[in-house]
Design a binder for this molecule. Structure first.
Ligand code: PMP
Length: 386
């Protein structure tokens, strides 16, 4: 099988699996315990945190470990909104966020916050001047994802950070799940206050995430518990998964530039193949500067995406419809609709996402099979409503 669903999850690196097993077997003591075994586990936790801090040129005390980016996003967004409620009632995000951000804002709207969902253009990019226009003295939080998980569109974080820096009191949260290891990230340079990441998108273990909380930012904890992770994510830490995930983050970030080049080449060549097929239309990503290197989104208007995915699978290609987190509902993609691509395209989106194991062989297979799959699908197209 050729696995092209790296945005949904990635195969763990051998070293990650080895580390996970070793630490799990040896260091099972509670890292908060005062005996020697506990202290050893605590040291491993501390070292993992120091490694993460180094990789992002930040400090150890800025980082908390979570169970994944969904949890990081919830802790950050709900925590900031409730903490700074007395300063203002307005919070801002985009129409194309991952459900763990979008639905969290919906929840805060029900709690009484005024929410602005910023639109995006056909390339999936927000306008910084439009953001500037909606900001008021009441705006306490802006949350913008770095790379979109369905289309790969890249948001102008440096410019947003510059705008927000001028306005003290507006917190800047970034969901960086799809950009870690794919693009350079400058947390301090871009003025980011809160940043979420997930280990299973970069060949680490599932169920492990990071949250960066810049010093000086307070969050109201959404949990009650034992005070671990500064009380923001109380509960005994999963030391083995955290140590293994720190390794995965190191491998991803240290090889980011090389990965960008390789994936960028794969992406350009896949796009050239797609452009040969008149039935298919690319969703965003035309401007290479605002497109992540590992994601290609296209639609076959008039065709049910699950039919395409199943046909691709028969040809040993694993791809996905929309994102894994929302692929089970049969609604058109909220992201593609927000990009103004129309219902037919939004209802037939397919995502190919590259990973570290991909090179010439995998790309060749993809570009050879895609025309065959489309040819087989053609007779079905007429039966579907456009
Ligand atoms: N944000 C984005 C952009 C994502 O792609 C994902 C994973 N689909 C998440 C958040 C949630 O991450 P996790 O699976 O670690 O909860």
């Amino acid at each position: 099988m050729y696995y092209f669903d790296h945005c949904a999850s990635t195969p763990p690196h051998e070293e990650v699996i080895r580390t996970l097993a070793e630490v799990m077997a040896k260091h099972y003591a509670n890292p908060a315990s005062l005996h020697r075994s506990g202290m050893e586990a605590g040291k491993l936790l501390d070292r993992a945190r120091a490694l993460i801090a180094d990789l992002f040129h930040t400090e150890k005390k800025d980082w908390i470990f979570t169970s994944g980016a969904t949890e990081s996003n919830n802790i950050a967004i709900i925590g900031a909104a409730r903490q700074y409620k007395s300063r203002g009632n307005h919070i801002v995000t985009t129409a194309i966020e991952h459900p763990s951000v979008y639905d969290t804002f919906k929840g805060l709207e029900r709690e009484g916050f005024r929410v602005t969902y910023l639109p995006v253009n056909k390339e999936g990019i927000l306008s910084v001047s439009q953001l500037e226009e909606v900001l008021t003295d009441d705006t306490i939080l802006v949350s913008v994802m770095h790379v979109n998980n369905e289309t790969g569109s890249i948001q102008p974080l440096a410019e947003i950070g510059e705008l927000l820096r001028k306005r003290r009191g507006t917190i800047f949260h970034v969901d960086g799940v799809q950009s870690v290891g794919k693009l350079p990230i400058d947390l301090t340079g871009w003025g980011i206050d809160l940043f979420s990441a997930s280990a299973h998108k970069i060949n680490g273990p599932r169920g492990t995430g990071l949250l960066y909380v810049r010093q000086g930012i307070q969050l109201e904890s959404i949990y009650k518990g034992g005070g671990q992770e500064r009380g923001l994510r109380p509960g005994t830490e999963n030391v083995a998964a955290i140590v293994a995930s720190a390794k995965a983050f190191r491998m991803a970030i240290e090889s980011q530039a090389e990965r960008y080049e390789r994936m960028h080449m794969l992406r350009s060549r896949l796009i050239a193949c797609i452009e040969q097929l008149p039935e298919l239309v690319l969703n965003g990503g035309e401007n290479q500067l605002t497109a992540a290197p590992h994601i290609v989104s296209f639609s076959y208007p008039g065709m049910k995406p699950e039919v395409i995915v199943h046909m691709l699978e028969k040809h040993r290609i694993i791809a996905s419809t929309k994102s894994a987190c929302s692929s089970k509902d049969d609604k058109p993609s909220r992201v593609l609709e927000a990009m103004g691509l129309g219902r037919a395209r939004a209802a037939s989106g397919i995502r190919i996402s590259f990973g570290d194991e991909h090179g010439e062989v995998e790309l060749e297979w993809l570009c050879r099979m895609l025309p065959m799959v489309i040819q087989k699908l053609r007779p079905l197209e007429r039966k579907e409503s456009r």
